[in-house]
Design a protein around this ligand. Structure first.
Ligand code: UFG
Length: 342
């Protein structure tokens, strides 16, 4: 019998590659497309090594509808998970047109081709950034969205709306938007993980590179916030746990459990951890030192946000399983793997 098959756009990226692994483990075939603009073919090779699966990879930019159409003509997938997007908050402020063009065009091309080819189910990578600075913690899916504070965040809100309106208009189309909290860590095999280009913008890659001696000192952006230790609070979710949420979403759309054709789920642990706590935990778990200093606040940072993941727990049958310690150990194992490769 033919296995169900999923097109993974951006499958050479950080979350996409981990999701490809979990899809294959759950019995799906996977086709990966990626333009490799901010990712590496090595991630696809890592997925092939971990799974032993033949995974078709097509280097294509989802903004190129003609090229993407050929992928739809060639491969007989049932569902799509759309990761392909530009994702740096700061860069999006400098290059708004690039961000709007890339993130919106690629998403609309995917939806248009799904209609053209009668492929019905899509999972969209959204972000907790849509909540802005929430008035109440933890945030549920009912927590109001706040006006976006960056073009990047705005593309996430706009794509959610495009998906909602398309599903309302086009019969047969179903979608799930997953609002990710802060994904960290790497696959336990240390074959795939995050591959930041240049100086990391995100906390955990900066921590691991500092511990490895690649960076001299981590700047902790602000210790005068109204939180217990003065640093910002986030909900750090293991990337393999996050990957499994996509498998659950794909399964839900293929089944008949969901009555709504468009659904939104928070994907987080439900636990808020401060920057300083994370640094200390990383040092303790891995027995390494992370030089750090307190630096001024980073513009645009949210003070605190963590998820109420109840809806995903109950409806998707998904929950975060890995402990923060396991995840921080996996992040360090991956960093050491990268250093060994040099
Ligand atoms: N931080 C530091 N020093 C650093 C890097 C980060 O102190 O060198 C702090 C930040 O100030 C923040 C926390 O670590 O308090 C987490 O920062 P990240 O940059 O890792 O993550 P963000 O929460 O800012 O952003 C992430 C994703 C975005 C997404 C956003 C949603 O990178 O794509 O979550 O809130 F939009």
């Amino acid at each position: 019998m033919k296995k169900p098959s999923v097109l993974v756009s951006g499958g050479a990226g950080y979350i996409g590659s981990h999701t490809a692994v979990e899809l294959i483990a759950a019995g799906y075939d996977v086709v990966i497309v990626d333009n490799l603009s901010n990712s590496d073919i090595a991630a696809v090779e890592g997925v092939r090594r971990i799974t032993g699966a033949e995974i078709p990879f097509v280097e294509v930019d989802c903004c190129d509808r003609t090229a993407l159409r050929r992928v739809f003509e060639t491969y007989d997938f049932d569902s799509v998970i759309h990761f392909a997007a530009s994702k740096a908050v700061g860069e999006s402020v400098q290059k708004p047109l690039e961000y709007y063009t890339n993130n919106l065009t690629s998403f609309m091309n995917i939806i248009a081709l799904m209609r053209e080819f009668g492929r019905h189910n899509i999972v969209f990578s959204s972000s907790c950034t849509v909540y802005g600075e929430p008035d109440k913690q933890p945030v549920t899916e009912q927590t109001p969205r706040k006006p976006a504070t960056s073009p990047y965040g705005n593309t996430k809100q706009m794509c959610e709306d495009i998906l909602r309106d398309s599903i309302a208009a086009y019969e047969g189309l179903k979608g799930i938007a997953l609002r990710y909290f802060n994904p960290i860590g790497a696959h336990p095999s240390a074959q795939i993980g995050e591959l930041p280009r240049g100086v990391p913008q995100n906390l955990v890659p900066y921590i691991t590179q500092t511990a490895a001696g690649v960076r001299e000192c981590l700047s902790v952006f602000g210790d005068d916030y109204p939180t217990a230790d003065g640093s910002c609070i986030r909900d750090y979710i293991d990337v393999t746990d996050l990957a499994r949420a996509h498998v659950a979403a794909i399964g839900r759309m293929a089944g008949d459990k969901n009555k709504e054709r468009y659904e939104i789920f928070n994907v987080g642990t439900g636990r808020g951890v401060s920057v300083l706590e994370l640094v200390t935990r990383f040092e303790q778990v891995n027995g390494v030192k992370v030089n750090h200093k307190i630096a001024p606040r980073r513009e645009g940072d949210i003070i605190a946000i963590w998820a109420d993941p109840t809806l995903a727990n109950e409806e998707l049958g998904w929950q975060a399983t890995r402990t923060l310690d396991e995840t921080l150990a996996s992040a360090w194992a991956w960093e050491k793997h990268l250093r060994d490769m040099e």
